[in-house]
Design a protein around this ligand. Structure first.
Ligand SMILES: CC(=O)SCCNC(=O)CCNC(=O)[C@H](O)C(C)(C)COP(=O)(O)OP(=O)(O)OC[C@H]1O[C@@H](n2cnc3c(N)ncnc32)[C@H](O)[C@@H]1OP(=O)(O)O
Ligand SMILES: CC(=O)C(=O)O
Length: 533
């Protein structure tokens, strides 16, 4: 017999409190739809009235199966709930549910609000009653509950009970500062339930300031809370909130949760998880975190030779869940940690094979080049080119004769000082030399730098090959200095994508950053030309 556990997403509210994150109203709509398709129970869309974006979002909020929820704060002391303009704006958004945050820590009541403990209790009661009168599902976020409980357990519980008695459907215990240990979270949740707030009315909202938000949420669930709040990719104020991308698969795939609880997200939806996580990063223009649990590109990457060897015999030797369960895939990358098992698996995946001496040679080349600074585990396209070369499968369709890049500071036609990077690349294709020149201006007239200029020049005119590389787009560019001082070597990793949905990474290494970049760019073009149309 399973029990229902409710998932409450606050990506569009607490997630928007992440430094550097500012969703547009249309991005919020897209994210809300994504969350709805995933199967969360509540979507907290933002704080209507607090800023134009949130107000615009609620004015055009999408139809969702999930309960759309507006967020706000309890009424201010000294005015009635009916006459509080901030509360009115929240209610006027017209959502079926409203979540109000209120103080439950005496220190905050005195210091932040400057009111008495009784006045705060009255404000909580009146605000929730007002929501109920307006026929809204009422949720109460008990801000700083765990710290408040440490100072004065009776008062913290009294605040939660005031909301419950006033008609709140959910009373959510918040570890607002994110500093409470999971064992303490469980202890307090149990105490709150013993004090008369049933677990099926209790939610948990944790922050990740000690990197334990997910663990703390799971501890609260084990202790009896039946609603869990979190965000996509763990966005949120400061270090973030509990990461739903880790919480959801853990709840569905791990004991004791999997057999005890049922959530709105089912196992059929779970394989969409990685795409949801990546889409959010795309919207934020962030590079996905490779090492993210379950949904990171490295979550099922088996780099070490011993691991790869066993994985090929039985994947469960080094995998805690099957990667497909969350929409991820197993990778056996090549690197200086690899043995023949890694290599054979990589080649098989690429549809390649070779004689034993060729395989040994590929391993030697990879290890020697990694020693010089290359990193093939994160640049698999460059590895593929090495393999093809050693297997005699590489046909070089063009040759780079020379290239040059200049960076100039000069006045533009509006008499403003601007930086202009210009690149010249000369290639030989089918016996004919072709010279391409490119500047690195984007559509706004800003300089995108010498690597951008080089990339454009290299991909500008490859004669008869041009059509095959026309849909290549440079997506990301990462530079790492490998050693300090005069011995410094630069490693550049470049990611590209194309219209077929392929995304590939290449590497270049040199004491000169431009050379390292050019090598990675060149590999990207060579790899693209190896792909079927
Ligand atoms: C723990 C959390 O993450 S809760 C969510 C926090 N999110 C946000 O703050 C983002 C949205 N906030 C905003 O846009 C603005 O802060 C607004 C529009 C809500 C309020 O703006 P302002 O009126 O300019 O107030 P300001 O932000 O300076 O201060 C907040 C006020 O609310 C009061 N307040 C804080 N919490 C509560 C509460 N639970 N109940 C009633 N009043 C509260 C503060 O005491 C302060 O009042 P004061 O100005 O009299 O000192
Ligand atoms: C409400 C909320 O976001 C918090 O207390 O952390």
């Amino acid at each position: 017999m399973t029990e229902r556990l409710y998932l409450y997403d606050t990506t569009l509210r607490d997630g928007q409190q992440t430094q550097g994150v500012q969703f547009s109203a249309s991005e919020k709509v897209e994210i809300a739809k994504m969350l709805d398709a995933l199967g969360v129970d509540h979507i907290e869309g933002g704080w209507p009235g607090a800023n134009p974006t949130d107000s615009d979002f609620f004015a055009a909020a999408p139809e969702t199966s999930a309960t759309m929820t507006a967020f706000g704060m309890t009424k201010r002391v000294g005015r009635s709930a009916e006459n509080d303009d901030v509360l009115a704006a929240v209610i006027n958004a017209g959502t079926p549910a409203v979540c109000l945050v209120g103080k439950t820590h005496p220190f905050h009541v005195r210091t932040a609000l400057g009111v008495t403990l009784e006045e705060n209790l009255g404000a909580i009661r009146a605000s929730i009653e007002h929501l109920v009168t307006k026929r809204r599902e009422a949720l109460f976020d008990c801000e700083h509950f765990f710290d408040g409980y440490n100072e004065d357990p009776d008062y913290a519980v009294a605040c939660a009970k005031a909301a419950l008695d006033a008609g709140a459907r959910w009373v959510v215990l918040c570890d607002t500062n994110g500093g409470t240990m999971p064992a303490r979270i469980a202890e307090v949740v149990r105490a709150v339930i013993s004090a008369g707030i049933p677990g099926d009315r209790l939610g948990i909202h944790t922050h990740n300031d000690t990197e334990q938000a997910v663990a703390a949420s799971l501890a609260a669930i084990e202790a009896g809370a039946r609603q869990v709040q979190g965000t996509l990719n763990g966005l949120g104020e400061r270090c973030g909130n509990a990461n739903l991308m880790s919480l959801i698969p853990t709840l569905l795939l791990k004991e004791p949760f999997a057999s005890r609880y049922e959530t709105g997200v089912n196992r059929e939806n779970l394989p969409h998880l990685m795409k949801v996580s990546q889409r959010l990063d795309d919207i934020l223009n962030r590079v996905p975190r490779r090492e993210a649990a379950y949904v990171g590109a490295s979550a099922f990457a088996h780099k070490a030779g011993l691991h790869a060897s066993a994985i090929l015999k039985d994947p469960t030797t080094y995998e805690h869940v099957p990667p497909e369960a969350v929409g991820n895939a197993r990778i056996v990358p090549m690197s200086n940690q690899a043995g023949l098992s890694n290599l054979r698996k990589r080649l098989t995946d690429l549809g390649l094979d070779g004689a034993p001496d060729q395989l040994r040679r590929i391993l030697e080349v990879v290890k020697a080049r990694e020693d010089a600074g290359y990193a093939y585990d994160i640049a698999p396209a460059s590895f593929e080119l090495i393999a093809r070369e050693e297997l005699g499968l590489m046909v070089e369709a063009f040759e780079v004769k020379r290239y040059r890049v200049t960076v100039e500071r000069r006045k533009n036609k509006y008499d403003q000082m601007v930086t202009v990077s210009e690149a010249v690349v000369v290639v030989k294709v089918d016996g004919e030399k072709r010279l391409s020149v490119s500047e690195s201006m984007d559509e706004t007239g800003s300089d995108r730098g010498p690597v951008n200029a080089l990339s454009k020049a290299l991909a500008k005119d490859l004669g008869p090959l041009q059509e095959r590389i026309a849909d290549m787009r440079l997506k990301d560019f990462r530079v790492r200095i490998m050693q300090g001082g005069t011995e410094a070597v630069t490693r550049v990793i470049i990611d590209h994508e194309d219209d077929a949905g392929r995304r590939w990474s290449t590497v270049g290494v040199s004491p000169n950053i431009v050379d390292a970049s050019f090598e990675a760019l060149l590999d990207a073009v060579r790899w693209k030309l190896c792909q079927p149309d």
